[in-house]
Design a protein around this ligand. Structure first.
Ligand SMILES: NC(=O)N[C@@H](CC(=O)O)C(=O)O
Ligand SMILES: [Zn+2]
Ligand SMILES: [Zn+2]
Length: 338
């Protein structure tokens, strides 16, 4: 199949960057690199420096192009947006509702505060990537995505109908329906873990911190709606792993971090999903065509080969002196990247 891209990945920084980058670069020619570092990547200069650190961490024999993003804050200016657009290496701006997820405290506190910035993004055609959850503690965590669509996304797109939006890591039937019905400038990424598992996975035989991510896994009917969307052939849906590494002790904790690391086997696991759905013929478009088409980038020329051959995922990966527990740790993956 045509070499794919990952339209939503967390590469982190320092030791963790060196640990996880090869897994992503082995499978994906390009990736939208999320900006939620500490401190976040907020300016063109910070994005350029981060891009250099990623390229410096890339093993010599590997080819990989990081597609950089800016982290939207209350302080972002329309000038930042124009600079980002003309930089040539910044492809989007990421909107984290403040407090919604990992390293999101510097996020936007009120979407009305960034109205001028969003108008500039609509004007210059820079996509807004959205972590689509409200953070109100009185809203049930399983409802936060659906409420976000009604309360924030619908009014936003009414105000800015030409704004290009990617609703990231969708987890519900409501999100899949919303994106399907929306105009062509609205798209969505779907992770492999939200296609493989429902929320029971977090409680199987005990509390399972390595199955905890945000937006949180939902009930089976939502997983089925996501599989239907991903395998539909609809160009609005494309691959975004949301591979989000956290060290073992930050996951196995009384207040564990949200995030699932899947970069080590992502494409192979998507192949499992599409095969189970009898839709292997739809994998290439989802993984390799819809994303570059939406972003206005050329499709990759190279090919990769997936072989139906089971392999066992290591129980743990090394990240410096610490451990990183991968998705499917110690278990089998049915497809192998040749
Ligand atoms: N998805 C997660 O559960 N965590 C991501 C942040 C995010 O994508 O929300 C992370 O950076 O850890
Ligand atoms: Zn997110
Ligand atoms: Zn993410």
């Amino acid at each position: 199949m045509t070499r794919p891209d990952d339209w939503h990945v967390h590469l982190r920084d320092g030791d963790m960057l060196a640990t996880v980058l090869p897994d992503t670069a082995q499978r994906f020619a390009r990736a939208i690199v999320m900006p939620n570092l500490k401190p976040p990547v907020r300016t063109v200069a910070e994005a350029s420096a981060y891009r250099e650190r990623i390229l410096a961490a890339l093993p010599a024999e590997m080819r990989f192009e990081p597609l950089m993003t800016l982290y939207l804050t209350d302080k972002t200016s329309p000038e930042d947006i124009r600079q980002a657009k003309s930089s040539g290496f910044i492809h989007a701006v990421k909107y984290y509702p403040a407090g919604a997820t990992t390293n999101s405290d510097s996020g936007v506190t009120d979407i009305h505060r960034v109205a001028a910035v969003l108008e500039t993004m609509q004007e210059v055609g820079l996509p807004l990537l959205v972590h689509g959850e409200v953070t109100d503690t009185d809203i049930d965590i399983f409802d936060r995505e659906a409420v976000f669509i009604e309360r924030i996304l619908v009014p936003l797109l009414e105000r800015l109908p030409r704004l290009r939006v990617v609703l990231e890591h969708i987890t519900t039937a409501q999100a899949a329906a919303f994106v399907t019905a929306a105009a062509a400038n609205v798209a969505a990424t779907i992770t492999v873990h939200h296609l493989l598992y429902n929320r029971n996975a977090m409680f199987q035989g005990g509390i399972r911190p390595h199955a905890y991510c945000l937006p949180v896994l939902k009930r089976e009917s939502h997983r089925l709606a996501l599989v239907a969307a991903a395998t539909s052939g609809n160009p609005k849906f494309f691959l975004g792993t949301d591979s989000a590494p956290h060290l073992r002790h930050d996951k196995e904790s009384s207040c564990g971090c949200a995030g699932i690391y899947s970069a080590h086997a992502a494409l192979e696991l998507y192949a499992e999903v599409f095969e189970q759905a009898g839709a292997l013929d739809k994998l290439e478009a989802f993984a390799s065509f819809h994303g570059p088409d939406f972003y206005g980038l050329p499709r990759n020329q190279e090919q990769v080969t997936l072989v139906k051959q089971p392999w066992t995922v290591p129980a743990a990966l090394k990240a410096g002196d610490h451990a990183l527990i991968p998705l499917r740790a110690g278990e089998t993956v049915g497809w192998h990247l040749a």
